[in-house]
Design a protein around this ligand. Structure first.
Ligand code: SF4
Length: 321
């Protein structure tokens, strides 16, 4: 069953890394300790280190229970979505419930900024897979690339990740996001690789800005260059950036439907999410692909909101100005 009728669940969405993944969103949109230049969700609106119960755990668990009872299936239940999941003060309870009740492995996608906190490490340790991000090698590069909360110290972040790995028995995947001209020089990637190696990751994954990033200057590293950098890691990194547009049949269908609707009437991202029952994250991916391929464009509406307008090949819309 699709999670369209839920507030905190989205998908299941096809994911190259996790197969069919049911998303669990534990924070309001763009609540994060970082404001990465490459973030595909846009600018962080609430940059914070405050750990709170941003959404009610009881509500999340009730939705998970309903989804499980419906007989729906997924390869993973994944804590991810609109911000940093470890900012949620009780994210570990969601992990524990999902593992116990659904018998589906649970993945936690995190920027790893809060692992200096023993409570975060304890809660995260319940996940079957923890995917940590690390794209900087010192305080200055962290500042340029991830634009952290001012109270976040690079040394604490690294030490927190090290301590987490020391006590974690599940699978640890490291994602390194490379941006052209910021952290793709082989000497700098080697420095990141040196920080990654002691964490003994089960996988290292290289990603780059193939989807529209937060900042237009955050450009993708070409595929050939990324492949050459992969061997600097131990174990050698796999490339997870989706350079090609080969998406799943389900995703293709939805992209065509989104495009058809935008050709009929301009819509905001929120409207697209609502009409198709997509998480905003997924809706922004479709809109990103359509604008990048010239099949849609952004336009300011009279109400100050951004609307997306479908562009038919070889034809200008009457309302183009
Ligand atoms: S990429 Fe992840 S860590 Fe960076 S700002 Fe976006 S949500 Fe936060």
């Amino acid at each position: 069953m699709c999670a369209a009728r839920y507030r905190y669940l989205f998908g299941p969405v096809p994911s190259r890394r996790l197969g069919l993944s049911l998303g669990v969103d534990l924070t309001p949109f763009k609540t994060c300790s970082f404001d990465c230049i490459f973030c595909q969700l846009g600018a962080t609106t609430d940059k914070t280190l405050a750990r709170r119960e941003y959404v009610p755990v009881d509500g999340v668990i009730a939705e998970l229970e309903d989804w499980i009872r419906s007989g729906a299936r997924a390869d993973y239940i994944t804590l991810a979505g609109s911000g940093e999941p470890t900012l949620h003060a009780r994210f570990g309870e969601v992990i524990a419930f999902a593992r116990r009740r659904a018998a589906i492995p649970v993945a936690l996608l995190t920027n790893g900024t809060l692992f200096a906190d023993p409570d975060v490490r304890r809660q995260a340790a319940g996940a079957d897979v923890v995917k940590l991000s690390l794209s900087a090698w010192d305080p200055a590069s962290l500042e340029r690339i991830n634009r952290p909360h001012p109270d976040l110290a690079f040394a604490d972040l690294i030490e927190g990740q090290r301590r987490f790995r020391a006590g974690y028995r599940g699978a640890l995947w490291m994602e390194v996001f490379l941006v052209r001209g910021f952290n793709d020089a082989p000497a700098d990637v080697t420095k990141i690789a040196k920080l990654v190696k002691p964490l003994r990751p089960d996988k290292v994954q290289l990603n780059t800005a193939v989807r529209p990033p937060c900042e237009p200057f955050a450009a993708a590293v070409p595929e050939q260059e990324l492949r050459a950098l992969a061997d600097l890691f131990d174990p050698p990194a796999e490339i997870i950036a989706e350079y090609s547009r080969d998406v799943s049949a389900g995703a293709r269908t939805t992209e065509a439907e989104v495009r058809d609707m935008l050709e009929r009437r301009p819509c905001t991202l929120e409207e697209i999410s609502r009409v198709f029952g997509l998480h905003r994250n997924e809706a922004s991916k479709f809109v990103g692909r359509l604008t990048r391929t010239g099949r849609a464009r952004a336009r300011s509406g009279p109400d100050g909101r951004t609307y997306y307008v479908g562009v038919r090949p070889g034809r200008r819309r009457e309302d183009d100005t």
